[in-house]
Design a protein around this ligand. Sequence first.
Ligand code: SME
Length: 161
Amino acid sequence: MHTVNPLSADTSLTLDQLRGEVASLLDGERDFIANMANVAAALYHSLRDVNWAGFYLQRGTDLVLGPFQGKPACVRIGPGRGVCGAAFEQRKTLIVPDVHEFPGHIACDSASQSEIVVPLLKEGRAIGVLDLDSPLLNRFSVEDAAALETVARLLLDGSDV
Ligand code: SME
């Protein structure tokens, strides 16, 4: 039996610490939407300097907004568009230290300065992306990328997708 919200109000949790918290959060529930919603909330509320955390899911040729925390965001991203479309098409994590330097970046919140997008891979096929934005430049490290990829894998393995 897991607690409903195992994440404390500690905003200094690292992504590495967060992996264990996410595993606990997913324990006993396989609904994909519910699990995405709680993962987005966990990431948004537990990490420092993150102003948006959420999901886009493949719907036909586009990526469409899924559960998230942060300001309202663009709903639909066309094929290959923005950081999300690029990470989805390349099926690899993209770390963008300065979004203004990324050709085609889609600005949903003018406060966002850096971004990381992790593809959601189910049996090698991309089904969506996990996206985090920061108001700081150069917020996301390769260690963050590895931890978020683990979070994405925990989410997919722990949900009926
Ligand atoms: N910046 C993203 C769009 C999604 S928002 O950041 C929430 C992109 O360029 O794909």
